[in-house]
Ligand binder design. Structure first.
Ligand code: FE2
Ligand code: FE2
Length: 344
């Protein structure tokens, strides 16, 4: 024992500890810690032409019976091995042909759809029929049963948002089939919405609120533009909120819309949340750290955490409307959300 002590060294200790699944903190080195967060996610732009072409080709060669869902995902070039758009939230696009039905299932990943093209198809969420029109946002929170039916005479395309990379990283992903071809419809989202307005029945809601209609969202957005000055970083910004709690639409995903007036340029800022944008209307440019993304309707792009960014509406006559999803609620619930003005 005496001899062993004399020969002991940090290297020998490290080796001996490794055999016992132990490790000294002294090897980490303070240089691996920085005074700001660092991300593996890359800023990236996806053009609608590429997404749309892939969806149309998939409609020809991918059968819904086999695929369960016909979706095209946005893959971040830095996260190819995780098949993910960012480290927390995921964006994809789904195409359902007339007469098609995507069967019911549920999962612990929370999801939503934002309708881009087409109308008249419907998503059933926990027995609640949500008839889809352009600009509608329909939530399918964790473990809600959902299936999609297109009984209109036109294809429908919507944007799917999920927190699946986050749920996978904390090893909580669970998926379950309903076991029947379709859920029975028990009520409509129009009927349920009556229980969530500013004047409400005194009895408890008949079901959860899942369906934000575009006509209502757009009415509020217009009123905001006409009555309030724009935020210097985000223009006229609306967040979709849970009508009962006033909190985010879902515990892990924040959905928002921001309107940039013709010619408007925002100031640069940065935050610890990661945002995926989708251009719903208009054209413009976003400057994200050292990249410039010129975007048109249908394009999507990622702003990674702590990257300085600002937006410009390049049109002198048309408004631009950006839909976005982010992991902000997760960061806020962990007390890790920070934002500050930036120079760009
Ligand atoms: Fe699903
Ligand atoms: Fe931002």
């Amino acid at each position: 024992m005496k001899q062993r002590k004399a020969m002991d060294s940090a290297d020998l200790l490290d080796r001996d500890m490794a055999k016992k699944n132990l490790e000294g903190h002294w090897n980490l080195g303070l240089e691996s810690y920085l005074p700001y967060p660092v991300t593996t996610v890359r800023a990236c732009l996806w053009k609608w032409g590429d997404v749309h072409e892939s969806l149309l080709r998939a409609a020809e060669v991918v059968s819904l019976e086999k695929a369960e869902r016909r979706t095209v995902r946005l893959i971040n070039p830095a996260l190819k091995n995780r098949h993910a758009t960012t480290h927390t939230v995921q964006m994809a696009f789904q195409y359902v042909k007339p007469g098609e039905h995507a069967p019911p299932h549920r999962h612990t990943a929370a999801a939503f759809r934002f309708v881009l093209k087409g109308k008249g198809a419907y998503t059933t969420v926990n027995g609640q029929k949500c008839v889809m029109e352009e600009g509608d946002l329909i939530l399918t929170p964790q473990l809600t049963w959902h299936d999609h039916t297109n009984d209109s005479d036109k294809p429908i395309i919507w944007l799917d948002g999920l927190d699946i990379p986050l749920v996978q990283s904390i090893e909580q992903l669970v998926f379950e089939q309903y076991g029947q071809p379709a859920q029975p419809v028990q009520k409509s989202s129009e009927e349920v919405a009556l229980f969530y307005g500013h004047a409400r029945p005194t009895v408890p809601p008949v079901a959860e609120f899942f369906h934000y209609k575009w006509r209502e969202t757009y009415r509020i957005l217009r009123a905001l533009v006409e009555t309030a000055s724009p935020d210097r970083f985000d223009g006229h910004l609306l967040e979709f909120r849970n009508p009962l709690t006033g909190g985010p639409a879902m515990p892990t995903i924040q959905c928002a819309l921001q309107l940039l007036r013709p010619g408007q340029e925002t100031e640069a800022h940065r935050h610890t949340s990661t945002v995926i944008y989708h251009v719903f209307r208009g054209s413009g440019s976003s400057f994200v750290k050292d990249e410039r993304f010129d975007w048109e309707e249908g394009d999507s792009f990622v702003v990674p955490l702590w990257y300085p960014h600002r937006h410009v509406n390049r049109s002198s006559s048309e408004e631009a409307i950006l839909f976005s999803m982010s992991d902000t609620p997760v960061l806020k619930s962990l007390d890790l959300y920070r934002e500050e003005p930036a120079i760009l």
